[in-house]
Design a protein around this ligand. Structure first.
Ligand SMILES: [Zn+2]
Length: 251
């Protein structure tokens, strides 16, 4: 039997893009990779629900990757009160950033009231570093440290099931962590913020093309786009697109 994952693109745009929502990607309706798009209202359009999520992996704390997280958490609490606790995984500092984000979004009243009624919403927050690995929502997940913004610790993730692995770069430069992640997976959901010029804190088309030359068997899906241009051999993400990723047969 061939291993499969269903990858849905909810947000394929870069921070200040006009070609798509900010970063959010969903695996098999249950594992969310970043939460920059209005995920709660986009999920029904692809036949998914915030109540069915099991875990969220956050790559870093720039707004275009986390800004809708408070809305998602409160919506799940109010609309799906029987849903089990979500695992929220992100880099060091996640708890502090999420608290600031949540209190800014809804004030300390609502945020604190939910916490008081449900116990600490934050108990499910996990702060991961390079090399940490665990079973998450039925996948084996491993964190890779990547270099993006000097003031932030940023993670990419390897998500795998037997016979199939997907890497998610988050935001990154062409750094050793990116290469280690890319070498370890079959498919790579890879940021490509520009096709026309180098970026100081991101990847651009020439670097992605170099990665493809170095790893010719790697299958790339490009996201975090500022513009939409074809890159031969890579799939360009677009909002609402769902693709089925397949691995080798057997284990
Ligand atoms: Zn960023």
């Amino acid at each position: 039997m061939t291993a499969e994952m269903r990858l849905s693109i909810l947000g394929s745009g870069a921070a200040f893009s006009e070609v798509g929502h900010n970063s959010a990607h969903l695996l098999d309706g249950k594992l969310l990779l970043d939460c920059g798009a209005p995920v709660t209202s986009l999920l029904p359009g692809i036949g998914a629900s915030v109540g069915d999520l099991e875990a969220i992996l956050i790559s870093h704390f720039h707004g275009d990757h986390v800004i809708h997280l408070p809305t998602l958490l409160v919506t799940r609490r109010l609309r799906h009160p029987k849903a089990p606790p979500l695992r929220l995984i992100g880099p060091p500092g996640f708890l502090r950033h999420l608290t600031i984000l949540g209190e800014t979004a809804f004030g300390t009243g609502l945020w604190s009231r939910i916490e008081a009624e449900d116990g600490p919403l934050w108990a499910r927050v996990e702060e991961w570093e390079e090399g940490r690995s665990d079973q998450v929502a039925g996948y084996q997940v491993e964190a890779f440290s990547v270099i993006h913004a000097p003031e932030l610790e940023c993670l990419g993730y390897r998500v795998s099931i037997p016979g199939l692995s997907l890497g998610y770069t988050g935001d990154t430069t062409y750094c050793p962590g990116l290469l280690r992640l890319a070498r370890s997976v079959d498919h790579l959901l890879c940021e490509c913020t520009s096709f026309s010029r180098p970026q100081p804190t991101h990847l651009w088309g020439e670097e992605v093309a170099a990665l493809m030359r170095e790893l010719p068997s790697l299958r790339l899906i490009l996201t975090h786009l500022n513009e939409r241009r074809p890159l031969p051999g890579a799939l360009l993400a677009s909002d609402g697109l769902t693709v089925t990723l397949r691995g080798c047969a057997g284990g």
